[in-house]
Design a protein. Structure first.
Length: 189
């Protein structure tokens, strides 16, 4: 699947937003990938995530884990395409935790699945959960890598369907067009 095909899906589902946005990372941007709008279309979700699953098929995973909220559908669809179980971490008191009877056993091999990665904060929190229980992260999968080549070293291979160098700005370094426009925060809290 090419970048143009993926962007076409984002545009068809009105999931590529233009304006002034504050990302979960705290950075500001003119573009926002609202994957919830993309993934609500189940045939699109199945196709996009199946393509991403093919990229991680050979890593030897036993389970897929994703951070809530954005990664849940991505993780579930990747797990379905690979015939693996899917679990997720969710927020409790402001940080991600494993709940609902989900378990990770020592040595278990997991893929971490997310929708969009800018700085990788939620991915790292999820990796920390896996490793704190003795699990092994064998790959990380995201639909969109919007890090501009600035991903942290997660200690495992990173796979994405699309890499974009989308401009982001620190709050105190906004260009004039964004500084004069109210910001919205459409992502997860």
């Amino acid at each position: 699947m090419t970048d143009d095909e993926i962007l076409s899906f984002f545009r068809q589902t009105n999931a590529l937003l233009e304006g002034h946005f504050v990302l979960r990372s705290g950075l500001h941007s003119r573009q926002f990938f609202q994957c919830a709008l993309l993934l609500k279309e189940t045939p699109v979700a199945a196709r996009i995530c199946a393509a991403l699953a093919e990229k991680v098929r050979g890593v030897g995973a036993e389970t897929v884990i994703s951070p809530a909220m954005g990664g849940i559908i991505v993780g579930h669809e990747i797990a379905r395409a690979l015939s693996l179980p899917h679990i997720f971490a969710e927020k409790e008191d402001g940080k991600l935790v494993l709940r609902r009877g989900f378990e990770i056993r020592p040595g278990q091999k997991l893929i971490v699945a997310e929708d969009v990665v800018t700085r990788g904060g939620r991915v790292q929190e999820t990796i920390d959960i896996v490793r704190s229980r003795g699990g092994v992260v064998v790959g990380i999968a995201a639909i969109v890598d919007r890090s501009g080549g600035n991903l942290p070293d997660f200690g495992a291979p990173f796979f994405s369907l699309m890499k974009l160098n989308v401009e982001t700005f620190e709050a105190d370094k906004l260009p004039p067009d964004l500084a004069g426009t109210p910001a919205t925060k459409p992502g997860s809290k």
